[in-house]
Write a protein that binds this ligand. Sequence first.
Ligand SMILES: O=c1ccn([C@@H]2O[C@H](COP(=O)(O)OP(=O)(O)O[C@H]3O[C@H](CO)[C@H](O)[C@H](O)[C@H]3O)[C@@H](O)[C@H]2O)c(=O)[nH]1
Length: 310
Amino acid sequence: MFSRDEAKQDEMRRLLGDERVRYYVGDVRDYDSVLRASRGIDHVFHAAALKQVPSCEFFPLEAVRTNILGSANVVEAAERNGVGSVVVLSTDKAVYPVNAMGMSKAMMEKVAQAHARNNPNSATTVSCVRYGNVMYSRGSVIPLFIEQIKAGRAPTVTDPTMTRFLMSLGESVELVEHAFQHARPGDIFIRKAAACTIGDLAEAVCELFNVPAKLDVIGVRHGEKLDETLASREELTQAEDFGEFLRVPLDARDLNYSLYVSEGELDEGPVEDFNSSNAPRMGVPEIIELLKRLPEVRAELALRDPVLAC
Ligand SMILES: O=c1ccn([C@@H]2O[C@H](COP(=O)(O)OP(=O)(O)O[C@H]3O[C@H](CO)[C@H](O)[C@H](O)[C@H]3O)[C@@H](O)[C@H]2O)c(=O)[nH]1
């Protein structure tokens, strides 16, 4: 475990109580600290990031330092130390990005792919995973709605028609495992997901907590998109479909394009990207079922009304 936050590491140490886990305090921005931590390591899962959209709009260079340069440090240190594989965690906001967070994650993907392209004989397989919103992740909207309802307030909704892909923490971890087991250098693995509107999500939380679905519409925040895209149209023309997952292989051509002008094939491919407005859409009842499966939501329901939690 390598991270900046010694308090969280201490909490994890006590929670796990597992002497096989070693803890390193350091920062992905500091190459030497990453180099030291990745010595003698077989596999790296790179999740360190600045991930809040509005805050990255105010401090874009901080996103550059952590999400792009920090990721480059992780890849470079892994290469130097002969680490077997690196899986870097990306987001749907990296596709057709409009905000600094998404742009920096898109560049992180490019850094990972460039490593694969420029080091064909490397001992280190670097791949990416990309997914939508992880339900109940720290600082995200579902715990916020629940806190607001508990405080007797209406949930603050940016735009009820805004759509997001939803998945559980377990599903995002499955994607990381899939990449770990199957990745070829430079692959991007994408987890398909269902989407919903934020208005329906807020309504579902209200219904679950047995309060009237009265929403407080606050307007779109800095850098937010109305809909998110998990796979671009350009990627879909190349992607392999594995049911739950998509695999976008590396474009491993070199810069000698003339070879491909005469030999290339014209492929129109799909006309649309895979986005949260054309993906399978969940309604309020389906969102409620999904929410009920989250342990954190069940715990909140049990506190409020033990009968409701059953
Ligand atoms: O008070 C609020 C806050 C948010 N939203 C809306 O709820 C949705 C989800 O917002 P979150 O802040 O939970 O998540 P984001 O879509 O902004 O994405 C964030 O969470 C994702 C994973 O959950 C990724 O980590 C991503 O990098 C990170 O910015 C958005 O449509 C947002 O507009 C509201 O309606 N009201």
